[in-house]
Design a protein around this ligand. Structure first.
Ligand SMILES: [Zn+2]
Length: 154
């Protein structure tokens, strides 16, 4: 997303719309249907500086680290804020800044919300309390057990 600082009027400029995810070189990760990033930004120019504040949001599906199904995810950045220096009225490139904020806002391990009975609303699978929080732990434990087994076999 490039902005011409000469087009920012004295009272500031409000921009909103959506950006294609493909232009942002985001890690594909375990997502599905991630095609756009909505933005709502306000730009204010003060001399050689442009302050950009606003929000970014996106809806897509992401793999639940518990049941490995795709679950709906809403990524929401409520406090996007950047200050850029204007250099000889060249275009301001917001792409790397937007990209970075989005990467930071991606969940490390997305998880579905289980209902009171421990049922995943998407996969319908029921998790007992011991399954609920230590899925990653268990996977790790399995890896170690398999390694141990390899060692003893050899
Ligand atoms: Zn789930």
């Amino acid at each position: 997303m490039r902005i011409d600082p000469r087009q920012i009027p004295d009272g500031g400029l409000t921009l909103s719309g959506s950006l294609p995810v493909v232009d942002y070189d985001l890690p594909p990760g375990e997502t599905q249907g991630w095609d756009k990033i909505r933005y709502d930004l306000h730009l204010v120019r003060t001399g050689k500086e442009v302050t950009i504040t606003g929000t970014l949001s996106s809806d897509f599906k992401i793999t639940c680290s518990r049941c490995l199904d795709f679950i709906p995810w809403n990524l929401n950045i409520k406090d996007f804020c950047q200050v850029l220096q204007v250099e000889e009225d060249s275009l301001l490139d917001l792409t790397p800044l937007i990209r970075e904020d989005i990467i930071l806002a991606l969940p490390l391990a997305a998880r579905c919300e289980l209902d009171g009975a421990g049922r995943c609303p998407y996969s319908g699978r029921v998790f007992t309390p011991s399954d609920r929080d230590d899925f990653a732990e268990k996977r790790r434990a399995t890896v170690w057990r398999d390694l141990d087994r390899l060692k003893t076999e050899n």
